[in-house]
Ligand binder design. Sequence first.
Ligand code: HEC
Length: 203
Amino acid sequence: MAQTNSSSGSNFRNHVSPDWYLLWYFAVLALLPHGTEQVFMVFGPLLAGLLLIALPFIAPSGERSPRRRPWAVAGVLLTVTAIAALWIEGERSPWSPNFDPRPLTPQIVGATSGPVFVGAQLFQEKSCLDCHLIQGRGGHRGPDLTFIADRLTKSDIIIRIVNGGVNMPAFGATLKPGEINDLVAFMESRTKHQSASGTTTSP
Ligand code: HEC
């Protein structure tokens, strides 16, 4: 697991993501029926390993040229295709956070200092952007927050950040009150009016 902890003052690992070459496996685990992941994680690799060890004993001789082994070649191609498909699925599926979102630009943020700016930094450092879209950047796990201030009141936003929700972690215990205020200031600036004019209305 690759992890970056860019946040200061918090020892909570709030940005954990699978390495890119394991994303396909992450996708397999996420797509398995609920409750079977544990069994699969333990016995899947074990079975595969035992099979590979047993292979020379089961089939010690035979054709080696790939030209005369179309099924073997097809098997390898199928495996590669399956891994590629799972990988793409893991990259874009709504159940999977986007672990490497494109950063928000100053134009999108609409401020270069002050609470809105700091809030936008936190929004990225605390992985909010992994699950939420802001003007097309970010993840699809949670709702698009581009115009969140048009939909939710300030207290709704605070409640959601502090308590989390279905598939959203609660941040009340990991954010300092000042950080919550800055995040809320950034959220409050996400209105249609703001992104149309490109400037910040008062937070
Ligand atoms: C693991 C993914 C994930 C992360 C990380 C995450 N959220 Fe969410 N968020 C969600 C989901 C899913 C919902 C919908 C929850 C529900 O409806 O119960 C949501 C809902 C919200 C809402 C309400 C949206 C609406 O339309 O009602 C706000 C505001 C919000 N999140 C802000 C944040 C902020 C700020 C952060 C970072 C501190 C954050 N989220 C981090 C997944 C996430």
